[in-house]
Design a protein around this ligand. Structure first.
Ligand code: GLN
Length: 405
C-alpha cells in the first residue's frame, strides 16, 4: 500500500480495522453521498464487503474511486469542513423557516395551488459534496430559472457574437415581462422574458419542436449529473393559457424584426412555455448551479456541458440581471450570480465553490421568494461568498469555508 493510503488507513482504523459504518459516515459527513456516480463502484464494494475493513481491503476499496476517496478523507475537497458548513446552512434554513410573509403568484393558476409552506435547500460543491434539507425531494417548476440554461444553450450553438446580435446584456430596469425593448429594438438581456424567448429562437432553429424539447431536457439532465428532470404538463397548459403578455412580447419583437430569419413565432413561444414548465428538485438544481460554478463541468460526472467562456457570460448576466428588479440591490448586498423564478426558486452559483438552490413559494412584490432572498442575505452575513469578498484587506470575522489553495 502507498504510504499516504497506509497513513490514511491508520488515521481511521481502530485495532487494525476500519468499520464499514464509520467509513460510510465519514464520507457522508464530507458530502459524498451514496448516489454519487463517481463512487458507484466504491459504495458497491463497501456495502458488499466485510463490515470490518482490513488494511489490504482498504487498498482495494481505494482503487474503486482513485484519488477521490483519499481526497475526501484527507479534507482535500472544495469545502474541507463540510459537516460544519452543512450545520451552518441548516441553522440559517431553520431561522428563515419561521418567516411567514409573501404571496403566491396568481397569474398562473397552477402556481397558486402550491403548498405555501414548502421550503427546501440544497448545496453541491464543485467537488460534488452535497447536502440538502427541507422538502428537497419535492418537484417544482423552474420558471425563470430556465433562463440561464436557455442562454447557455444558445451560446453553445451560436456563439457569443451571434447571440448578442439578437439580445442585449444590460439590465432593463423594468419588470421581467415588461413590454419593452432596448434602443436597438432588441430584448434588454437573456434573463427577462423577451430575452429568453429570443434565446429560445436560436436553439435548434428550424428543427422539429419535439427534437428541440428532447435536446433541451437531455442537456438539463446532463447538467444535473444524470438526475431525473421532470415536466409539468398542467403548468405548461396553464402557462400557455395565460400568456397574453408573452404573446404580446413575441409579436412586438416580430414587428420590430428582432428575430433571426425563418423563425416560427408560435413554435418559439411554445418552447419558452415548455422551458418554464420543466420540473426539478432543489437537489438537482443545486447540481446544475454547481455545473455553472465549476466552469460548465458537472462535478458529479466530469462532463463538460458548457464551455467556460459561455458560463462566464451567463454568470455575469445572472449577477447583473438575475433577480428581476432587485438585481442591483442583490448584486450589492449578496454579490453572488443568481437567478430566481416565480415558482419561488432561487439558484446561486458561487464561482469555484459550488451551487445552492433554495425553494419557497411565497413571493415578495418583485416576484422573488421571500425566504429565498432572506436565506441568501444570511448566507453572506456568515460566509465570505460575495464576489468581492476576495478583496484583500477586507477585515471581518465572517467564515471563508473554501479549501486554501
Ligand atoms: N412563466 C413565467 C412568465 O413567463 C416566468 C416568469 C418568471 O419566473 N419570472 O411569465
Amino acid at each position: 500500500m502507498s504510504d499516504s493510503r497506509s497513513a490514511l488507513f491508520k488515521s481511521f482504523s481502530k485495532e487494525g480495522i476500519v468499520r464499514r459504518e464509520a467509513l460510510l459516515e465519514a464520507l457522508k459527513e464530507r458530502g459524498i453521498l451514496e448516489d454519487d456516480p463517481r463512487m458507484k463502484a466504491l459504495f458497491k464494494a463497501i456495502n458488499g464487503g466485510s463490515p470490518e475493513i482490513s488494511e489490504a481491503q482498504f487498498q482495494i476499496l481505494s482503487d474503486q474511486a482513485p484519488g477521490l476517496l483519499e481526497q475526501a478523507l484527507t479534507d482535500g475537497l472544495a469545502i474541507p469542513d463540510f459537516s460544519t458548513f452543512a450545520k451552518e446552512l441548516t441553522d440559517i434554513f431553520d431561522e428563515v423557516n419561521t418567516i411567514r410573509m409573501g404571496k403566491l403568484p396568481t397569474y398562473i393558476p397552477q402556481l397558486e395551488r402550491v403548498d405555501p409552506e414548502k421550503f427546501a435547500m440544497s448545496v453541491c460543491t464543485v467537488d460534488g459534496q452535497r447536502f440538502s434539507t427541507g422538502d428537497c425531494d419535492d418537484y417544482f417548476c423552474v420558471q425563470s430559472c430556465s433562463k440561464p440554461m436557455t442562454y447557455c444553450l444558445a451560446l453553445e450553438e451560436q456563439g457569443e457574437d451571434v447571440v448578442h446580435s439578437y439580445v442585449g446584456r444590460e439590465p432593463s430596469g423594468k419588470t421581467f415581462n415588461e413590454l419593452t425593448l432596448n434602443t436597438k429594438g432588441l430584448p434588454h438581456n437573456p434573463m427577462i422574458n423577451a430575452g429568453a424567448i429570443m434565446c429560445g429562437a436560436l436553439i435548434k432553429k428550424g428543427g422539429d419542436a419535439s427534437d428541440r424539447f428532447d435536446y433541451v431536457m437531455e442537456k438539463w439532465k446532463t447538467a444535473a449529473g444524470g438526475q431525473k428532470i421532470g415536466f409539468n404538463n398542467a403548468v405548461y397548459l396553464s402557462e400557455r393559457q395565460t400568456a397574453d403578455r408573452n404573446f404580446a412580447l413575441g409579436y412586438f419583437m416580430r414587428e420590430k424584426k428582432a428575430f433571426p430569419p425563418d423563425v416560427e413565432l408560435l413554435d418559439v413561444l411554445e418552447f419558452y412555455f415548455q422551458c418554464c414548465s420543466i420540473e426539478t428538485t432543489t437537489k438537482s438544481m443545486a447540481i446544475i448551479a454547481s455545473t455553472l460554478a465549476n466552469g460548465g463541468i458537472c462535478p458529479l460526472t466530469g462532463v463538460q456541458v458548457f464551455s467556460p467562456g459561455h458560463v462566464k457570460n451567463c454568470l455575469s448576466l445572472m449577477l447583473s440581471c438575475g433577480m428581476y428588479d432587485f438585481s442591483g440591490e442583490f448584486a450589492f448586498t449578496v454579490g453572488i450570480p443568481a437567478k430566481s423564478g416565480v415558482s419561488g426558486a432561487i439558484m446561486l452559483a458561487i464561482p469555484n465553490v459550488g451551487g445552492i438552490a433554495v425553494w419557497s413559494p411565497l413571493l415578495d412584490e418583485l416576484g422573488n421568494s421571500v425566504r429565498g432572498v432572506e436565506f441568501c442575505k444570511r448566507l453572506v452575513s456568515r460566509f465570505k461568498f460575495h464576489t468581492f469578498d476576495s478583496m484583500l484587506g477586507l477585515g471581518d470575522d465572517r467564515i471563508d469555508p473554501r479549501r486554501k489553495r
